[in-house]
Write a protein that binds this ligand. Structure first.
Ligand code: SF4
Length: 350
């Protein structure tokens, strides 16, 4: 993470750790969807036995999210977790902090100093209303970093999450100029699917376009699979990462004679299953954009930049490659024909 490596995608487990089978199943599904780092809540000593099993069997690195008690961070490292996320407010005991920093250093476990706008603390003698929220967030992060660097611990990741797009952009811009540590991008309490995706896409889009951010989590109230999908969509839209093919489709109009929304959804689902099966490393670079267009008159031309595509009439569809029509098939066969072209390209690139 950091140092020019590709921006990685994280999510957080919603299954409680006390059901380790369900937790591992959810982790496996998130990994298949493209999740690269998984965070789990470690709320008490009670989950430590299952945390150990989980950390050893997870298909991706495990981040322990520590609540309230810094000693749990030490126990999470002993249980095999690969990274710790902790709020500096939970690291006030000097002995615990010293022990944690020493153990994390010995095991090469990074620590994320993770602050949310709801958990900031002004310095003694300063009234919170006298300091702007972004400065308050950064001040809290700075003190957390200082606590670790004073102990000669530097394997640090930083996050400072707030609710608002402009505050998020302002906060991370300042952090990027202040510290040499990798930045974990996030927006806290962002809402349900649509609201959350819009906020994250706006904030992350600006920051990532400026080269700010090393890893990210899209926080959505709902299925974490959607967090992973949204993370990929943001990175793919910015040309920062590749995964399978992006499906482009027209908005439809009076010329459209087929249910293009359903066909588009079917193409997306089928291609997503295909990249999960074959793996991004075996995906052919010749198929990065697949078009689904609502008419034959304008579809192939409007989607000329797509690698392959289908444009639909009432009973037949034309299949095209880079805007050139290569065949005509019945409407019901069009999706399968597109998929067959992708599979041929996968076979040819092996
Ligand atoms: Fe309408 Fe055809 Fe354009 Fe789709 S591609 S919006 S159906 S004109």
């Amino acid at each position: 993470m950091g140092g020019g490596t590709p921006v990685s995608i994280q999510s957080m487990l919603t299954e409680p750790l006390n059901n380790v089978t369900a937790a591992l199943k959810q982790t496996e599904n998130l990994h298949k969807a493209g999740c690269e780092i998984i965070r789990v809540a470690v709320p008490s000593n009670a989950v430590l036995p299952t945390l150990k099993i989980f950390a050893s069997e997870s298909p991706m690195p495990v981040v322990a999210d520590i609540h309230f008690d810094g000693r749990l961070a030490i126990k999470a490292i002993e249980a095999g977790c690969h990274k710790i996320r902790i709020n500096p407010g939970n690291l006030q005991n000097p002995e615990t902090l010293t022990e944690l920093a020493a153990l994390a250093k010995e095991r090469s476990v990074p620590i994320r100093v993770g602050v949310n706008s709801g958990s900031v603390a002004p310095r003694k003698g300063i009234r919170p209303e006298k300091i702007d929220p972004v400065t308050l967030l950064i001040d809290t992060v700075a003190r957390g970093i200082q606590m670790l660097t004073d102990l000669n611990f530097n394997d640090i990741v930083v996050s400072a999450k707030c609710h608002y797009v402009f505050s998020t952009i302002a906060t991370y811009r300042r952090l990027a100029g202040m510290f040499p540590y990798p930045l974990h991008l996030g927006v806290t309490a962002a809402g349900g699917l649509r609201q959350a995706v819009i906020k994250h896409a706006l904030a992350f889009g600006v920051l990532l376009a400026e080269g700010i951010g090393d890893t990210l989590r899209v926080s959505i109230t709902g299925d974490p699979i959607e967090e992973v999908r949204a993370g990929w969509d943001i990175l793919r839209a910015l040309n920062l990462r590749k995964r399978g093919a992006v499906v482009v489709s027209c908005p439809t109009c009076g010329r459209t004679a087929v249910p293009l929304d359903k066909i588009t959804a079917e193409v997306e689902t089928t291609l997503e299953a295909l990249v999960t099966d074959v793996g991004e490393d075996k995906w052919p670079d010749s198929i990065r954009t697949v078009a689904v267009m609502g008419c034959v008159v304008n579809g192939p031309g409007e989607a000329a930049a797509a690698d392959i595509g289908a444009a639909f009439e009432k009973t037949t569809a034309v299949i095209f490659r880079k805007g050139e029509i290569i065949e005509r098939v019945p409407v019901d066969d069009a999706v399968q024909r597109l998929v067959a072209l992708v599979e041929e390209a996968i076979d040819a690139s092996r």
